[in-house]
Ligand binder design. Structure first.
Ligand code: ATP
Ligand code: MG
Length: 409
């Protein structure tokens, strides 16, 4: 008993690594690229006697020469202790508890060092075992996401070889990729996300593990995956992301109808995504999601209109709902409100480009509150099919003059 206890301690000591450190001359991160509030939070945590570092996405983005969108902090302080130090701090999350510190509109995310078992492939349900700084790095997903930065000393701390991987532009899991994917299959989606976003090369072992583990993806929470997909639609790299998702066979597992459709007819969907990628800021989520549905929906509707003559808006809306279900239903549950807006937005497209001439009546702006979104989506279509542009302009002008115009937004 005692012997085993001692052995555990010695083993643990042996495993404790010293991080490689890189000074400013080497890593090149400029202090003024670091968010002031994040700097302040780190300072305050340290003054209170805790360890605190910048970690994860922001450091990766700076090393890969892109602008970080948020600055996450990792600390030895427990969630309740963080809360005591900062006004405007709330604790969130169950599977993964963390602190959000609010500064006006900005939120700085602070998480407590966690330990995670990276040698056991059991599916992770909760992730709230506190640990040391080093353990906190080891439970992270990829080496480039596992770097700590100390803004006071301007030092990069690297336990996992993430700095060199960032220079060689390699995506490598921390630990054995198969184990890490089995523990949390969402990491496979994240692998593809970083490849799409930064055009990184995937480490061959990770690529092999991806092929081996991909079926596990459907064990993950649909809400987490949906969130990753939405974030990618907003990222400016949605087109390569969905291409890789399809190439690696994950799309087929998550959205089989879309995967089959894209194998057959990839052009229209990818053109829409490419257009979105040019300027994704401010495009609302129902529009982004509709890019995945519209081409299939439109095809189905045209097929239907060959058989039936009088397809009115009610039938079109019904078909829009069917198409949304066909694409998302097998795995995802789209929030009811979002689905309603998407169906109306998709159906409205056939006000602009009616299925038959019979419906080419005068332009009438409906009261439908999602009409402005429908028009915005139509603009996206017009941007990739120039023959639609004149029609778009007509509707746009009419809409500007309409009494319903200023009601939303
Ligand atoms: P983004 O720029 O899209 O926010 P990110 O890498 O910052 O990318 P987050 O979801 O914000 O992604 O996660 C923050 C950090 O938490 C990551 O950099 C990574 O170190 C760690 N992390 C996130 N998800 C996982 C996961 N599924 N498994 C292990 N570590 C993870
Ligand atoms: Mg992040």
């Amino acid at each position: 008993m005692t012997f085993q206890f001692l052995r555990d301690i010695i083993e643990k000591k042996l495993k404790t690594l010293q991080p490689k450190t890189y000074t400013k001359e080497k890593h090149g991160i400029q202090l003024d690229a670091i968010d002031n509030h994040a700097f302040y939070v780190i300072q305050k945590l340290r003054q209170a006697g805790y360890e605190a570092y910048l970690v994860g996405g922001s450091i990766r983005d700076l090393l890969l020469q892109t602008t970080p969108k948020d600055f996450d902090i990792s600390t030895s302080a427990k969630p309740e202790e963080i809360k005591k130090l900062f006004r405007g701090c709330i604790l969130i999350g169950k599977r993964f508890r963390l602190a959000h510190i609010r500064f006006g509109k900005k939120v700085i995310e602070v998480s407590t060092f966690r330990s995670g078992d990276i040698e056991n492939s059991t599916f992770i349900v909760r992730d709230n075992d506190w640990g040391s700084a080093e353990e906190d790095v080891l439970r992270r997903d990829f080496t480039i996401n596992g770097l700590f930065y100390d803004p006071q000393k301007e030092l990069l701390l690297d336990y996992v070889g993430g700095y060199l991987d960032s220079q060689k532009r390699i995506l490598r899991t921390i630990g054995n990729p198969e184990i890490r994917f089995r523990q949390d299959p969402v990491r496979m989606i994240r692998l593809i996300k970083f490849r799409a976003r930064f055009a990184l090369n995937i480490d061959p072992a990770a690529e092999e593990a991806l092929h081996k583990c991909k079926e596990d993806i459907i064990k993950s929470s649909q809400a987490r995956i949906l969130e990753e997909l939405l974030r990618m639609l907003e990222s400016g790299s949605s087109e390569p992301f969905f291409r890789y998702l399809s190439d690696y066979g994950l799309l087929y597992l998550l959205m089989p109808s879309l995967a089959r459709y894209l194998t057959d007819k990839p052009e229209e969907t990818f053109s829409l995504l490419k257009q979105v990628d040019k300027n994704p800021k401010g495009i609302q989520r129902p529009i982004l999601m509709s890019c995945l549905v519209f081409p299939l929906f439109s095809e189905r509707l045209h097929a239907q209109s060959q058989k039936e003559k009088n397809i009115h808006l009610g039938i079109i809306t019904e078909e829009a709902n069917h198409s949304i279900d066909a694409i998302f239903r097998p795995f995802f549950s789209i929030p009811r409100k979002m689905k309603g807006i998407m169906a109306s937005l998709l159906a409205s497209q056939f006000r602009f480009t009616p299925l038959s001439d019979k419906f080419k009546k005068r332009l009438r702006i409906p009261r439908d509150p999602s009409f402005p979104l429908s028009l915005e989506f139509f603009k996206l279509r017009a941007e990739i099919s120039s023959h639609l542009f004149e029609t778009y302009h007509l509707w746009h002008e009419t809409h500007k003059k309409s009494p319903h115009h200023h009601r939303r937004r």
